[in-house]
Write a protein that binds this ligand. Structure first.
Ligand code: AMP
Ligand code: GLY
Length: 439
């Protein structure tokens, strides 16, 4: 990035003084979540330079030109840069490919679960099986590797039900079916037409759960855990939860309707049993374990596990973290999380994603982004699909920017976010107007 472009973005990229004695850190990934992780890590005195594989135009990291799934290249890069003391693996794909195992095998320190522990995310059938065997509350289900058997089950099942591809499918492999015909079609799409590729070799069919969703992210070192504030994602593209499913159009934290009593119950019936289950499975989970929860009255059930920070929940949650995240991450690696004091702000935090018109289907790229310099100092703009060019910053993805603010109450936080979004423009920009309006 040229000097001039850097000045243009300098206010959103975090330009904390780099600690000369600090460890250099490599962050794997390059979306809004990774920008928030980089922004938080840079606040640590123990962190020196940050590298990105690949990073993005706003993270102000040293780029490597290595993609997040080029795991052999990442391992090689860390090997040839002894100044890099720690690698943070943020996305699901490199975790499922065993990047952390490969780094550890060479003696390199890394944040994130092993492939075996990340299976809680990359195989829904495995996750359900773990929940069943260790009594973690979840929807009733059955798994199938044969389409005809799945259809036979669907023929007599109660509706609505949910058909899920077993593997990673960018959050799209879940189809809610109101009746038999839809279920047959879903089974055919996933298992026979291979709409999600190999991810559809096995499917989970489960009972549809009614209620509201809460994301509960935790740091865990395999034995101890620390809860982050609860959060709430908005997956649909349009206001009022209409439109297509997306990677997430905004999130707020904490989720105040989820009472301390429910949280306590969740810890006892879900968090602790899952962490101890993974120990018993011989795959202790170290990293961020994300519980996707469905709440119905005073019942809480697990919809899914993610083996990583959520996107866009992270962009609302990490700004509330008052403690040094590098210290927390190292304690996760070392199994000493119980020795770290972790403090969270009481503020309410909201983020809204600015997307390219057409997303999550096809959309235009290369639109010039303007107005970022007018954004208030206490508002964060995390970059996702942004690239820098000779003319300035341009859109390069479906989700482009994520605007976040925190305040004493949600009304103020919302106002700050939306007032500042109004200053930012690019062609075909669209965003939800109702993030955090129904708390
Ligand atoms: P998953 O990837 O399993 O979390 O599913 C993606 C989304 O589909 C969830 O966030 C829910 O909105 C919805 N979903 C998944 N499973 C169920 C279920 N059993 N009942 C109702 N909604 C579900
Ligand atoms: N926000 C949901 C996810 O990160 O999968």
């Amino acid at each position: 990035m040229s000097e001039q472009q850097l000045t243009k973005v300098a206010r959103y990229v975090d330009l904390h003084e780099i600690s000369v004695d600090g460890d250099d850190v490599l962050i794997v990934g390059g979306g809004g979540r990774e920008h928030a992780i980089a922004w938080k890590l840079r606040q640590s005195r123990r962190v020196g330079n940050i590298y990105g594989a690949p990073g993005n135009a706003g993270m102000n990291v040293i780029p490597t030109d290595i993609g997040a799934t080029d795991i052999d290249k990442i391992v090689e890069y860390v090997g040839s840069h002894p100044n890099i003391k720690y690698t943070v693996v943020a996305p699901d794909d490199p975790l499922s490919m065993g990047l952390v195992d490969k780094l550890n095998a060479r003696g390199y320190r890394a944040f994130g679960p092993t492939k075996a522990a990340a299976k809680l995310e990359w195989s829904k059938a495995y996750a359900k099986d773990v929940m069943r065997r260790y009594d973690v509350p979840t929807a009733e289900y059955a798994t199938f590797t044969d389409a005809d058997e799945a259809k036979a089950y669907a023929k007599t099942a109660k509706y609505p039900l949910v058909v899920k591809a077993d593997g990673l499918a960018l959050g799209k492999g879940v189809i809610i079916c109101k009746g038999k015909r839809e279920a047959y079609a879903a089974i055919e799409q996933i298992m026979q037409d291979k709409k999600f590729g190999e991810a559809g070799n096995e499917i989970v069919i489960e009972q549809f759960l009614k209620g509201y969703e809460v994301s509960l992210l935790t740091f865990t070192d395999g034995t101890h855990f620390a809860l982050m504030p609860t959060s709430c994602d908005h997956k649909r593209a349009l206001d009022g939860d209409e439109g297509l499913n997306t990677g997430g159009m905004g999130a707020y934290a904490p989720c105040d309707r989820f009472s301390p009593e429910l949280l306590q119950k969740t810890v006892e019936t879900i968090v602790k049993p899952t962490i101890s289950a993974m120990q018993k499975e011989g795959a202790p989970f170290k990293g961020v374990l994300y519980f996707g929860l469905m709440v119905c009255g005073d019942e809480v059930k697990v919809l899914e596990y993610n083996a990583r920070f959520g996107d866009p929940e992270t962009q609302s949650v990490l700004p509330l973290l008052k403690s040094d995240m590098y210290e927390i991450m190292n304690a996760v690696t070392d199994g000493t999380l119980d020795k770290v004091n972790i403090e969270w702000s009481e503020l309410k935090s909201i983020n809204v994603v600015l997307a390219s018109g057409g997303y999550p289907l096809s959309y235009k790229k290369g639109c010039l982004i303007s107005g970022l310099n007018d954004v208030a100092n206490d508002v964060n703009v995390f970059f996702a699909g942004v690239s820098s060019s000779a003319d300035g910053l341009k859109t390069s993805g479906g989700r482009v920017l994520c605007v976040q603010a925190a305040a004493e109450n949600f009304a103020l936080a919302r106002q700050k976010v939306y007032d500042n979004i109004a200053k930012i423009t690019f062609d075909n920009c669209y965003y939800r107007k109702d993030i955090g309006s129904k708390l």
